[in-house]
Design a protein. Structure first.
Lengths: 359, 439
């Protein structure tokens, strides 16, 4: 009734090929963007700094993994390390070129992680599936080792951690460092994530994205039809690692403020992988769903349970939250093996014919 | 996508309510205790958490708080994870904590730059950044009673005494087995410096956090290298594993010396009877006999308000937790005195910590005679660099085997100043100290 496209005629190719061809979707996305823009005015600093910023950043990381695993079908367990490569690259760039706007450096640091990604993507030309997962696991361990053992990467800090320096930009706004307000950081992150997501959306529905999906669905057939696996696979690795690198750089510069090598450990790789799987492989909106589910739910439980009067120790809450999230993951995957994005799509289908069960 | 937004909005509302709900009751102050009772570091984290929690609860029960102001305490589980620690910090900030005790060197390094902006003092008791003892560079960070570098110099001093003089260290091999994280690496610069100065060879055996329960390869190397002494910087599951592995390769336990954080009873117990002779540094007394500890026993533990296992009451790390709470409580008293208010805020708390002075008489008065060495924090010196002693495991208990002694301050002090300067330049623009010295 509310969500129906009948009567909306597409008279040009542009309107037919738009990202959101249905007017209701466009209204919806406009409302979401408006809400995202006013969030800093209604939410507390804790929500901005500890929930919204990392949620957006991890959503971008999940999109990165989704490009590789969801669209191109190459399983990767090295997302955490690729994020780390971006973070360390950005740290080095920021300390070598203190005068360049940090946003430029963040976007640039993805190039370095893309290079690393291509390097570790080379085995994908010969091996597939779980075997490839093992080689990306090697990337994870190797890069983590580099972050610990190559002191040049962290400017010979005695602590072995990278600390975010204060950087200004866009006038004299403090963008990074401890004095940067949560609101500023949130808007920068939001802008980067929205723009990059838009670019990726256009990438995956264009020629390159179609090549990735052909490789994913049947690589031999794709090759026979003229897709070059070398370019398709390596470009997927490059784009995926680029996104992961940008996400990693933002993770340190706009969220953590300082990072140890353990921040980019295997647990982060798994966390992002779970976000991608739970949200729905091969779906950009799913990446946001997955990131929200895995990141926000535990925090909401940890903060929310004591607030509603569940008065037990902090460690019990912690464990309850972990168990609840685990149970919910299992529940949602049983209910819909293709992830939250598929549930969302089914919901939209139903809404189209509502209030009739079929049409 | 709007469903996502709806859910986040719903969470946001719930959270805003959740954060706002525990409003400050009249005449109370709030302290968040970041703790870890789960994960691989829980073995060390649980006694610490219990000690801190129980002493503050005892003050509330016995005296109704400090000068009539109750201390609201709650815990935030970090799991020794840096990200969760930062989240706890944000939560503590939102709820207006007086002071933040990270209980992890990684989390400490993370919150040091934020502390001066958010005006929340960071109390990292004998851990964290050694250079933070320089009050003129780090006005918001405190690391009494000693820094890691004091500890490292203390161990070398003790080894020197065993050998009959520091000059006898020449040509000796000293192994350093450490948790390969901010914590374990913190002592390396000083040890390297001392090794150059006294001519001993320093062998490093890093143990990655993931592998700390499996150290056989490191100890295989120890067996091959045969160092004359082993020094350990371990925490959590790393310490008991190291003690066990050392007994397995029959390393002479009396030549094996841990930092104060590797001195939990459970750490030494893991080695069984063969662990006899294992030594660690310490800066607080062990055992449940002090009057204030008996008050805790009576009012908190026996009343069922504590999570401590009664058999482990008064153990080393429990008492360490108590000591951390004593420093906070005494700093609150000083802050009340200095500010003239009873309900202080975190900025008053910083002044309180900076003017903290606990002498022997004061320790006697709060029912903890000789619980630790008297400490004096000042505007310039945020650590105090007090005294430590060496304890030895006799198979059942820790026994003090050395007198209380001072670190090699003449070696440590210039390095601390240099490290603080270096921190300042590498984190430029580092804010200059704006807080006046109140004493």
């Amino acid at each position: 009734m509310f969500y129906r496209e009948s009567g909306q005629y597409k008279t040009t190719y542009e309107s037919d090929q738009a990202i959101f061809p249905i007017r209701e979707d466009r209204i919806g996305i406009a409302i979401i963007m408006a809400m995202a823009l006013i969030t800093p005015f209604i939410a507390s600093e804790f929500i901005l700094a500890s929930i919204m910023i990392p949620f957006l950043i991890l959503a971008l990381g999940t999109i990165g993994l989704n490009v590789l695993t969801g669209y191109a079908g190459q399983l990767s367990l090295g997302t955490g390390a690729f994020m780390g490569a971006g973070a360390y690259a950005c740290y080095k760039l920021a300390t070598i070129f203190p005068d360049i706007n940090i946003v430029v450096l963040i976007l640039l640091s993805g190039v370095f992680s893309a290079g690393v990604g291509i390097l570790f993507g080379l085995p994908s030309l010969r091996i597939k599936g779980l075997y490839l997962a093992v080689t990306t696991l090697a990337a994870q361990f190797f890069l983590e080792w580099c972050f610990i053992r190559i002191p040049w990467l962290y400017n010979y800090n005695a602590s072995g951690a990278i600390e975010v320096p204060e950087r200004r930009g866009f006038g004299d706004l403090i963008l990074t460092g401890p004095s940067a307000t949560a609101t500023t950081r949130y808007y920068v992150v939001l802008a980067i994530v929205v723009v990059v997501t838009l670019v990726v959306k256009n990438l995956v529905r264009g020629r390159i994205g179609r090549q990735w999906m052909m490789i994913r669905d049947m690589d031999i057939a794709a090759e026979l039809m003229g897709v070059r696996p070398l370019w398709a696979k390596l470009s997927a690795f490059a784009v995926s690692s680029y996104l992961a690198g940008v996400a990693g750089a933002m993770f340190v510069f706009f969220y953590l403020g300082a990072a140890e090598p353990s921040s980019f450990g295997i647990s982060l790789s798994f966390q992002v992988l779970f976000m991608a799987i739970l949200g729905g492989l091969g779906s950009l909106v799913g990446s946001f769903f997955g990131a929200a589910f895995i990141w926000i739910l535990p925090i909401a439980l940890r903060v929310g349970l004591p607030a509603v009067g569940v008065d037990v120790g902090a460690e019990i809450i912690f464990q309850i939250a972990q168990m609840a999230v685990g149970a919910l993951i299992i529940f949602f995957l049983i209910a819909e093996p293709h992830g939250l994005a598929r549930l969302w799509a089914i919901g939209k289908e139903k809404l189209r014919v509502w209030p009739f069960p079929y049409a | 996508m709007s469903m996502l937004k709806l859910t986040t909005a719903a969470f946001a509302v719930a959270l805003a309510a959740g954060v706002a709900l525990p409003a400050q009751a009249e005449d109370s102050v709030y302290i968040q205790l970041p703790t870890y009772r789960t994960g691989p570091y829980a073995g060390s984290g649980i006694p610490i958490a219990n000690g801190m929690h129980d002493y503050l609860t005892m003050l509330n029960e016995r005296d109704g708080g400090i000068n009539g102001v109750k201390i609201n305490v709650d815990e935030c589980e970090t799991g020794y994870d840096t990200q969760k620690g930062v989240e706890c910090y944000e939560q503590a900030k939102a709820k207006g904590t007086l002071v933040f005790n990270p209980w992890s060197t990684g989390i400490t390094l993370q919150v040091i730059p934020k502390a001066s902006v958010d005006k929340i003092p960071v109390l990292s008791m004998a851990y964290g950044l050694s250079a933070a003892s320089q009050g003129d560079v780090f006005p918001w960070v405190f690391n009494p009673p000693m820094t890691y570098w004091d500890g490292a110099s203390g161990i070398i001093k003790y080894i020197g005494e065993q050998e009959g003089g520091l000059d006898k260290l020449k040509g000796k091999k000293i192994g350093y087995i450490f948790l390969d994280a901010g914590y374990g690496r913190e002592a390396i610069p000083l040890l390297e410096d001392l090794s150059k100065e006294y001519g001993f060879e320093m062998l490093q055996y890093p143990v990655a956090g993931k592998e700390m329960q499996n150290q056989s390869s490191q100890w295989l190397n120890v067996r091959r290298d045969k160092p004359d002494y082993m020094v350990m910087w371990g925490w959590g599951a790393m310490s008991p594993t190291a003690v066990k592995e050392a007994t397995k390769i029959r390393y002479p336990m009396d030549k094996f010396i841990g930092v104060w954080w590797s001195g939990g009873e459970d750490d030494a117990r893991a080695g069984g009877a063969a662990a006899k002779g294992y030594k660690t540094l310490n800066f607080n007394s062990v055992g449940p006999d002090k009057p204030a500890l008996q008050d805790i026993k009576k009012l908190v533990v026996d009343a069922g308000k504590s999570q401590v296992d009664p058999a482990k009451f008064g153990e080393n790390l429990y008492n360490r937790g108590v000591m951390n709470a004593v420093i906070m409580a005494e700093a609150i008293r000083v802050a009340q005195d200095k500010s003239g208010k009873t309900v202080i805020n975190s900025e008053d708390m910083r002044v309180g910590l900076e003017n903290l002075s606990i002498d022997a008489a004061r320790l006697e008065a709060i029912g903890l005679p000789e619980f630790f060495s008297p400490m004096q924090i000042s505007c310039k010196d945020h650590s105090g660099h007090t005294k430590m002693y060496v304890q030895e495991w006799d198979g059942e208990n820790w026994k003090q085997v050395s007198d209380w002694f001072e670190p090699m301050s003449d070696k440590v002090e210039p390095l601390l100043a240099a490290a603080a300067e270096e921190y300042k330049t590498s984190n430029a623009p580092w804010p200059a100290r704006a807080e006046a010295c109140a004493n």
